[in-house]
Write a protein that binds this ligand. Structure first.
Ligand code: GLY
Length: 397
């Protein structure tokens, strides 16, 4: 459902939206230039993933190392191809995507396979319809569910933390994002069990992973044997009881997607509360600090990645809700995008699209950095906005 009046007074004008998309395309070209070696070759096994504060160049991760972010770069190239239809971008997207195939079959070591495979090879299949890509996603989905514990009703996120932190069965809120691959696989030749597992995971997460005010824990810890919820804690947030900014964005995105895939109105009712607490607590410029409960000083970093994930999710959510709520979510998403475009673009500072995200503040990792997934969800949100303007379905769904 589209809200006519919103089109008359958009926060992001069509011109501004196209300018930002052109900016994203230009930034991808500079990144490609940056990672091209002096002999003119590109190492397709290495994906750009962050530019740390004070540095000018991307650090590259070996894709075979299973870094959770390694699918975003190929995924971003596919988004860019959708926008530009540039044959060279498509060729680059294919080469980076092909370098990732083997990850789907590695022994599963954590829940990140959904992020890794679905943003890269999933996008690739939806655009190219190449059978090998589809088969890889189906194998990855079957691999991911090896971490499912039916007693708990969720997928285990971090096997290593069972012993390291004494978190027997742990599920992080980010894991909601991996369900999209299971839903998709189930509709595209995979088993019905993939759908059932995704639904159970979302229902269990809805029941235990949130506080009364609909803010979420980063990590929910469950008993492995009888499945009971033990406690909610944090790994990347300010405290166990705080609202970690990116976690809340994953929740908005994840439950909106769960509603899209199931039409279960419990998810739709719930996600509106989850979105509302996020929006209500945003600072004036609509870009959150890295945690909503951290004492704010002049030095407190923002997390632009959280803002971009939320903007993309809110645009989708605006298509499922009542007129007034649609207007609220659409204009909130546009405010976020407008402020991110005006104040957080990297411009000439580096080849990333955006500055000022936080990966893991307590772990002193990627504080106030450019992050590949901030760029990915920024471009996704801009493309979603464009699709909504043209009354088209949101891309790649
Ligand atoms: N999934 C990891 C993060 O959001 O940092």
């Amino acid at each position: 459902m589209l809200v006519g009046s919103l089109l008359l007074f958009p926060t992001v004008s069509m011109k501004a939206q196209d300018k930002s998309l052109d900016y994203c395309a230009a930034k991808l070209q500079s990144t490609l230039k940056e990672i091209t070696r002096s002999d003119g070759a590109i190492d397709y096994t290495m994906a750009p993933f962050h530019i740390l504060q004070g540095e000018q160049k991307w650090d590259l991760a070996k894709v075979s190392n299973n870094n959770w972010v390694c699918g975003f770069w190929p995924g971003l190239l596919w988004y860019d191809y959708m926008y530009t239809h540039d044959a060279n971008i498509r060729q680059q997207a294919e080469k980076f995507t092909d370098a990732m195939e083997s990850i789907a079959d590695k022994p599963i070591s954590n829940h990140d396979l959904g992020f890794i495979i679905f943003c890269s090879i999933g996008n690739a299949y939806k655009i190219t319809q190449k059978e090998e890509y589809k088969q890889t996603v189906l194998r990855a989905a079957d691999n991911l569910i090896k971490l499912y514990n039916p007693k708990v009703g969720t997928i285990l996120s971090w096997p290593a933390m069972r012993h390291y932190k004494n978190w027997p069965h742990n599920t992080i809120i980010d894991n909601m994002m991996n369900l999209e691959m299971l839903f998709w696989a189930s509709k595209n030749g995979g088993g019905k069990n993939l759908y059932d597992i995704a639904v159970n995971h979302a229902l269990t997460t809805m029941k235990y992973h949130f506080r009364k005010d609909y803010s979420c824990y980063h990590v929910a810890v469950y008993d492995t044997i009888d499945g009971h919820f033990i406690k909610g804690v944090t790994q990347q947030g300010y405290s166990d009881q705080s609202m970690w900014a990116r976690g809340q964005s994953w929740a908005i995105y994840g439950f909106t997607m769960a509603y899209r895939e199931t039409h279960d109105t419990r998810f739709l009712d719930f996600v509106q509360h989850v979105a509302d607490v996020y929006l209500k607590r945003l600072p004036k410029d609509h870009v959150p600090y890295w945690d909503f409960d951290v004492p704010v000083t002049a030095e407190t970093p923002r997390d632009v990645s959280s803002a971009c994930i939320a903007a993309s999710a809110l645009l989708e959510l605006s298509t499922y809700v009542s007129h007034d709520k649609a207007k609220y979510y659409r204009s909130s998403a546009e405010k976020i995008l407008s402020n991110v475009s005006k104040n957080y673009q990297s411009k000439e500072k580096n080849s990333a699209m955006l500055l000022h995200s936080v990966g893991n503040f307590p772990g002193h990792g990627e504080v106030d950095a450019s992050l590949i997934y901030a760029d990915y969800y920024y471009m996704e949100a801009l493309l979603r906005l464009k699709a909504l303007r043209h009354h088209q379905p949101l891309m790649l769904q």
